[in-house]
Design a protein around this ligand. Structure first.
Ligand SMILES: Cc1cc2nc3c(=O)[nH]c(=O)nc-3n(C[C@H](O)[C@H](O)[C@H](O)COP(=O)(O)O)c2cc1C
Length: 239
């Protein structure tokens, strides 16, 4: 694909039915509840076209994306639930939340507290927490899940950055079209299992997935407030 769209063309095309940039960024959130109704194939194709325009180091475009829907989605969900219940993880990359120190740990704790409060699960309710966490493996009822794999180069950090660019472009494209998704590192905990179920080569490593579809407006998490640090905590100006 050689996309020749310029800034000027994009403005001229604004008559399509997507949200403006600012509306899109403000509308995007991680949904934890979806309707089971599948998205139209044409909408998914547009999102994939948009995501393909994500920037990457040396234009290597290292994303290797698997979209899973229908019967295969149900099969994958069943297998992931079983593996999760058995504690049989097989990640390509580590993810240890106890490593979040200082303000990062505080933000993680605030996020968990808000998450379980919205789901009405008490702090000491281990079974309730397990039940809520297991919803990662039903993809929060989403009819589709995109699994983001990448080739392995060196320490993988630059490539992982490229996959992040792709993921955010994918999520914003969904939001611009009035639908939504949620990135899921939890799925990366079962990288080997997912490779086996989908017949993916071991040379591709899995970073995270994105469950997506029509957000369920009746889900308790639908209207939760967004928590962000002040810009001054993240940005330093130098002149
Ligand atoms: C790479 C990545 C992986 C994530 N993995 C999970 C996950 O496994 N489970 C989950 O419930 N949320 C996951 N999230 C969602 C975050 O919790 C969410 O982005 C954050 O709380 C900010 O909320 P917002 O996306 O609604 O603005 C992930 C987000 C990112 C960017």
């Amino acid at each position: 694909m050689a996309d020749m769209t310029t800034h000027r063309d994009t403005r001229a095309d604004a008559a399509d039915n997507t949200l403006s940039f600012q509306e899109t960024v403000r509308a995007r959130r991680s949904y934890r509840g979806f309707l089971s109704q599948p998205l139209p194939d044409a909408l998914i194709a547009e999102v994939l076209q948009d995501a393909q325009l994500a920037p990457s180091n040396c234009n290597t475009q290292p994303w290797n994306v698997h979209i899973v829907s229908g019967a295969k989605r149900d099969e994958l969900s069943r297998i992931l639930m079983a593996k999760s219940e058995a504690g049989q993880t097989s990640p390509d990359f580590s993810f240890d939340m106890s490593e979040f120190y200082g303000c990062y740990g505080e933000r993680k704790d605030a996020h968990s507290k808000a998450y379980y409060e919205i789901e009405n699960v008490m702090r000491d309710d281990a079974e309730g927490r397990r039940r809520v966490a297991s919803r990662n493996y039903t993809f929060f009822n989403a009819p589709h899940v995109a699994l983001l794999f990448m080739p392995s180069f060196g320490d993988n950090v630059r490539t992982a950055g490229d996959i992040g660019m792709y993921g955010q472009t994918f999520l914003l494209s969904l939001a611009a079209r009035g639908v939504g998704g949620i990135p899921l590192t939890s799925l990366g905990q079962f990288a080997e299992t997912i490779r086996e179920v989908l017949g993916i080569s071991a040379k591709f490593k899995m970073l995270f997935g994105i469950a997506f579809g029509y957000p369920d407006e009746a889900a308790p998490s639908y209207r939760r407030p967004r928590a962000r640090a002040d810009i001054g905590e993240s940005v330093t100006f130098h002149t």
